[in-house]
Design a protein around this ligand. Structure first.
Ligand code: IPM
Ligand code: MN
Length: 365
């Protein structure tokens, strides 16, 4: 099998975690006779520096021609004062829209060996394992009219029926395969757009009678996620609410450096860590590669149909954490602090061991 992957390392630690993840990706692919052909392109501040725009049409075209896109992180102090449309963040939004990536999946899972690294108590977070489905190409991020003048600033939060339906279906389908509970998050006590969201999600729920649908206000959800995160399994919500809830969810797991994500549309798929470009630690071989490696695992599962391989990568991450290896961002339990390269090397090493164990156990069955 042959697959084409476009690499967009971006800025700051994006380039470091990308090279770590790509190393692992090729290593894993080789074991399965999978050839992954990669093309690399600039996006974000580095693209602005080179071409005067954070995202070129050529880069978008490359993405259209590939089976999956891997993105590191974009942005940094250097580009903060640029006009809005030239900022690295604008590139990210444009890419999501151009590729039609309306479903953003952000899992929040607490690794058992890792409970001490969270700012929350072990008794609260142990066993937490939920996933946020965030709508990614609509809502207030893209609604018109928008703008500001001397006297006012304004944005529009709008959802078309089809936009709510398609992400609701995605979330219900995954809920069916998990614990059959879906929490839809809105602000229906105040916003009409949320009342409509709730109505459409309830209609869609009729097609999934085996899944229990709970509606929850976003402010309450923010509180519940830190009070009792185990109550959640699958969450579905709009673009802005999902942005906020997924950051809160990230801290439960200890660090945003742990969280992978997948953004899917009908034709294209993009995988990126939830964290940003962390310019303060860039270039120092300190960044945590786990979120990026986890994003590669999601690519194996969702774009290449290789769920077992993805599970082995997950297990390799877990075992490496069990062995006490920590990057600086997750060293609250005073583990063995290692560099990006060392962490990656250990995950690859553990992958090989787990792959072998797995092969042998299949053989003896
Ligand atoms: C995210 C980020 C982006 C977002 C920014 C950088 C535009 O916070 O991916 O969560 O708000 O979607
Ligand atoms: Mn965010």
């Amino acid at each position: 099998m042959k697959k084409k992957v476009t690499l967009l390392p971006g800025d700051g630690i994006g380039t470091e975690v990308m090279s770590a993840a790509v190393k692992l990706m090729h290593h894993v692919a080789e074991k399965y006779d999978l050839t992954i052909e990669t093309t690399e392109s600039l996006m974000g501040g580095c693209s602005y520096d080179a071409y005067g725009t954070p995202l070129t049409d050529e880069t978008i075209q490359l993405c259209y021609e590939s089976d999956a896109v891997l993105l590191g992180a974009v942005g940094g102090y250097k580009w903060e004062n640029l006009a809005h449309h030239l900022k690295p963040e604008a590139a990210l939004l444009k890419l999501r829209k151009s590729l039609g990536l309306y479903t953003n999946i952000r899992p929040a899972k607490v690794y058992p060996s890792f409970v001490n690294s969270s700012s929350l108590k072990e008794s609260v977070i142990l066993g937490t394992d939920f996933v946020v489905f965030r709508e990614l190409t609509g809502g207030i991020y893209f609604g018109e009219p928008r703008g500001y003048d001397e006297n006012k600033g304004f944005n529009t939060m709008v959802y078309e029926k089809y936009e709510i339906e398609r992400i609701a279906h995605q979330a219900f389908k995954v809920a069916q395969k998990r614990k059959k509970v879906l929490t839809s998050v809105d602000k229906a006590n105040v916003l009409e757009v949320s009342q409509f969201w709730r109505k459409v999600v309830e209609e869609v729920s009729k097609e999934y009678p085996d899944v229990k649908l709970n509606n929850m206000y976003v402010d309450n959800t923010a509180m519940q996620v830190v009070r009792d995160p185990r109550q959640f399994d699958v969450i579905v919500t709009s673009n802005l609410f999902g942005d906020i809830i997924s950051d809160i969810a990230g801290m439960i797991t200890g660090s945003l450096g742990m969280l992978p994500s997948a953004s899917l549309g009908d034709k294209y798929a993009l995988y990126e860590p939830v964290h940003g470009s962390a310019p303060d630690i860039a270039g120092q071989n300190k960044a945590n590669p786990i979120a990026m490696i986890g994003s590669v695992a999601m690519m194996f599962d969702l774009s290449f149909g290789m769920k077992e391989t993805a599970d082995l990568i997950e297990k390799a991450i877990e075992r490496t954490l069990d062995q006490g290896f920590r990057t600086v961002d997750i060293n609250l339990d005073n583990g063995n602090v290692v560099s990006t390269d060392k962490m990656t090397e250990m995950i690859i090493k553990n992958f090989d061991i787990i792959y072998q164990e797995n092969k042998e156990s299949v053989f003896t069955l």
